[in-house]
Design a protein around this ligand. Structure first.
Ligand code: ZN
Ligand code: ZN
Length: 77
């Protein structure tokens, strides 16, 4: 699975966020709720592309599917 290997500027840890690709300009990166959160951020709130400014044209980069089994909720609730 493609995960963001950028660095979060808040705590200097690896981002591990979902990677998206802009279908308009092919820019790739993660999406963050605030601007300039990750060094590899390509999309800001509402899915606006940093590069071309298009909104809502991002696609999840899921070229390789690793986890087929959905995470199960504990049944002892
Ligand atoms: Zn990131
Ligand atoms: Zn774009």
């Amino acid at each position: 699975m493609a995960l963001c290997d950028g660095e979060r500027k808040t705590n200097n840890l690896q981002c591990n966020g979902t990677l998206y690709k802009c279908t308009h300009c092919d820019s790739e990166g993660c999406e963050q709720s605030k601007d300039h959160t990750c060094s590899n951020q390509a999309f800001s709130v509402l899915g606006r592309c940093y590069k071309c400014g298009t909104v809502g044209q991002r696609q999840v980069l899921s070229d390789v599917k690793t986890d087929r089994a959905p995470r199960k909720t504990p049944s002892f609730i």
